[in-house]
Design a protein around this ligand. Structure first.
Ligand code: SF4
Ligand code: ZN
Length: 314
């Protein structure tokens, strides 16, 4: 098979575009997609300070690399969530990339800085690990961006992620989530930073090809808590549909964004936003969910610490 652009030997075939590319021309295609997404969706400009959230996985590493290559003012942020060896290995990957590319990196460690440990919390307060993790990550993305003066937070969500989220929200008719599903979440409060997804039209496979062609190291394994997540099942279903009808995922997502989402906008109530009485971050309640988590964790720890003493007194 020959490259569609230059006629050299092709190294990747993209069924949904019925196009094959050599590695150099694939990178031209990839860069054009990212540039077009940033420009069309008005994500950010050359003067904006971009905080790119990295996990060490292929998608966020590809995003970090392409934004640096495109000359944006980019700083990465890695959050060590205390998920055993997985967190340690992914932090190493991210730190190595930062050193090799002289790229600024902010590392947050939730255990050291906030006394939070996700596996312990999930056991103690009986909430799903991913839901706890999501609360902590969303809080820190915004807090760090706000405290450090970033204009926008960029994440590595890809086409497969977005199509799977859409399918999940459609299956349970989550009207509020459908109204908000977008590659750009604008700031709706002076203390909320805009969030963007520059890779939302690129597939997992395309991000994998990008990191491999560029020799970028990444953590190959998934987070152990991803196993069994419904998003994986939705991805498998969409992959089967894609196999039978190439382009299904892209049509599903882009047609929803163009034609479907507006039908749900009326269902989305604008929440009453205020500042958390403890930390000052934006919330809909008196105390934000992150501070509530910290309070719960402290109470549990105090109770656990007082337990042996009680036993001794018996
Ligand atoms: Fe967090 Fe769940 Fe993702 Fe793991 S799979 S990083 S626990 S949201
Ligand atoms: Zn708070």
């Amino acid at each position: 098979m020959r490259c569609r652009r230059c006629g050299d030997k092709a190294e990747i075939y993209l069924k949904r575009h019925n196009a094959a590319f050599c590695s150099d021309c694939f990178q031209v295609y990839y860069s054009e997609q990212v540039r077009r997404n940033i420009r069309r969706e008005k994500m950010f400009g050359p003067k904006d300070r971009v905080l790119v959230v990295v996990s060490g996985g292929k998608d966020s590493m590809a995003l970090w690399h392409i934004l640096l290559k495109e000359g944006y003012d980019v700083t990465a942020m890695y959050i060590n969530l205390g998920i055993g060896d997985y967190s340690e290995r992914s932090q190493e990957v991210v730190e190595r990339f930062s050193e090799e590319h002289e790229a600024p990196l902010i590392v947050k460690n939730i255990e050291k800085e906030y006394g939070l440990n996700i596996p312990w919390l999930a056991r103690e307060i009986r909430r799903s690990t991913c839901s706890l993790c999501g609360t902590i990550k969303r809080y820190l993305f915004n807090k760090v961006a706000l405290d450090e003066g970033f204009d926008v937070v960029a994440t590595g969500h890809n086409l497969d992620d977005e199509a799977a989220t859409l399918l999940g929200n459609v299956l349970s008719w989550q009207e509020g989530y459908l109204a908000r599903q977008s590659p750009v979440l604008p700031s709706t409060h002076p203390k909320l930073v805009k969030k963007v997804k520059p890779l939302f039209t690129l597939t997992e496979r395309e991000n994998l090809a990008y990191v491999l062609f560029n020799g970028i190291s990444f953590i190959h394994e998934e987070c152990p808590h991803a196993l069994g997540a419904s998003s994986i099942l939705y991805k498998e279903v969409l992959n089967k549909l894609e196999e039978a009808s190439p382009g299904t995922k892209q049509r599903f997502l882009t047609n929803f964004l163009k034609k479907g989402r507006k039908n749900f906008e009326a269902c989305s109530e604008t929440p009453d936003l205020r500042e958390c009485s403890i930390c000052g971050q934006v919330t809909t309640a008196e105390v934000c969910s992150f501070c509530r988590l910290r309070q719960m964790a402290e109470k549990k720890k105090m109770k656990a610490d007082s337990q042996p003493q009680k036993d001794e007194n018996l």
